[in-house]
Write a protein that binds this ligand. Structure first.
Ligand code: FE2
Ligand code: FE2
Length: 279
């Protein structure tokens, strides 16, 4: 993991998760240094301690006021309870559905929750964050937001892409990623994360893209893509073509066995190694 200060009012907490066969997926959380500081998502359980170290280097737990949970998938909820415990002023921003899904695993105190639906806004002192449902999503509880002070748009899983290396997954800006790699990664991610996009009504989907509140945004922030400055038109073009991407089919049992066979030593080689191994 690494954290980097993208601007005066934004810190990125970036992790790269290797997924065999897909690549290195960025898994980002963000600290919005608003008058009332906002944490967006809480990292992955597997890197919880590292995440918390980076988080509390970026913001004092006593100052944190909001935890905006874009959706309750586990790659976004890794430290949710630890952050709530450490930051007594912080309230968890989610939807009714998000609160319900979270409660399956976590004892979320209802008085620490702030329910916000798409179309509603949150006043964080020096700016207003207006929630929306992104065009592509993998949870019914998903909300992104637009920051009315900077125009930044936080899109949750939407616009994500696995990268060819961990270094690119942790990049300061998506401009570092070769264009053809980015396009291929985003097309794949669109049908991996939102497989339903291949059977949508095209006209309705196009209308939905036309209503995207982040159109023209100077900064698109995705939880699964390096920060993207001045790329909103290009990113929307990729989404527009997503219904025509061939559906993703993951490796099956035969492929898994082939992968495992490739990793294991040949029986004869293992035998020879045993003979020459020091005792
Ligand atoms: Fe997700
Ligand atoms: Fe995700």
């Amino acid at each position: 993991m690494r954290s980097h200060r993208l601007s005066d009012d934004l810190t990125v907490l970036a992790h790269a998760e290797e997924i065999p066969g897909l690549g290195h997926l960025p898994v980002n959380a963000f600290v919005l240094h608003a008058e009332q500081p906002v944490l967006v998502d809480t990292g992955m359980p597997a890197v919880r301690e590292e995440f918390l170290d980076l988080l509390w280097s970026a913001v004092d737990p006593a100052d944190l006021r909001w935890i905006w949970l874009t959706h309750p998938d586990r790659d976004h909820t890794g430290a949710v309870m630890q952050v709530l415990d450490a930051a007594p002023q912080a309230r968890l921003v989610t939807t009714f559905m998000g609160m319900g899904i979270l409660s399956i695993e976590h004892p979320i105190p209802p008085d620490r929750v702030y329910l916000l639906n798409p179309g509603q806004s949150l006043d964080v002192g020096d700016r207003t964050l207006t929630a929306f449902r992104p065009p592509l999503f993998d949870s019914p509880a998903t909300t992104g937001f637009v920051d009315d002070r900077t125009g930044a748009c936080l899109s949750s899983d939407c616009f994500g892409a696995p990268m060819s290396s961990a270094q690119l997954a942790l990049a300061d800006d998506v401009a570092e990623v070769p264009g053809s790699d980015l396009l291929a990664g985003q097309r794949m991610w669109a049908v991996v994360d939102s497989p339903w996009v291949t059977w949508v009504d095209r006209d309705r989907y196009a209308a939905c893209l036309g209503e995207f509140p982040g159109a023209g945004s100077p900064l698109i922030l995705s939880t699964h893509l390096p920060p993207a400055r001045d790329r909103s038109d290009e990113l929307l073009d990729v989404l527009a073509a997503a219904p025509d991407v061939p559906p993703f089919v993951g490796p099956d049992q035969a492929a898994l066995e082939a992968m495992l066979a490739g990793l294991a030593p040949e029986p004869r080689a293992a035998q020879e190694a045993a003979v020459v191994a020091p005792t």
